[in-house]
Design a protein around this ligand. Structure first.
Ligand SMILES: [Zn+2]
Ligand SMILES: [Zn+2]
Length: 143
């Protein structure tokens, strides 16, 4: 029984401002019911996410840049379910990390391990995208 053990919360950036300017994301985050849960399938992970369709798709595309395999988005629980037991319970936990995506934000309802897994891929994806944009624009940025 580990019920009485307080979980150590990730406190690397407790004051990080989570600005969600997308109304659709915001309303999804406010009521993360079963209907608004989506699932990102990536590198064998099944990660429950909450957010609006547009930003979920952007998030999926960015994570896809950071992996060789496919990154798929489901708007329903996958047939096999969520294979990590800790992730399976994560949606019931009150504290969720919100990842800013564009002007919106997504909640990643996974265990700490898989949250940081997904987050690191997302950040890699952002860098890859910046790099791609840079090389395309490089020739025309100087006035
Ligand atoms: Zn949104
Ligand atoms: Zn997990």
């Amino acid at each position: 029984m580990d019920d009485g053990t307080p979980l150590q919360s990730a406190s690397d950036s407790p004051d990080e401002k989570q600005v969600v300017r997308c109304a659709a994301c915001e309303s999804a985050l406010r009521s993360p019911g079963r209907g608004s849960l989506s699932f990102l399938l990536l590198d064998g992970l099944t990660v429950p996410l909450v957010g609006c369709d547009d930003h979920l798709e952007e998030f999926r595309a960015l994570c896809g840049l950071a992996t060789d395999g496919p990154a798929d988005l489901l708007d329903h629980r996958p047939a096999g379910g969520v294979n990590c037991p800790s992730c399976r319970h994560a949606p019931q936990q009150p504290r969720q990390r919100v990842i800013p995506v564009g002007n919106g934000g997504l909640a990643v309802l996974a265990c700490e391990t898989h949250q940081s897994d997904v987050f690191s891929r997302f950040r890699t994806g952002l860098r890859v995208r910046e790099h791609l944009t840079d090389s395309i624009d490089a020739a025309s940025t100087d006035p």
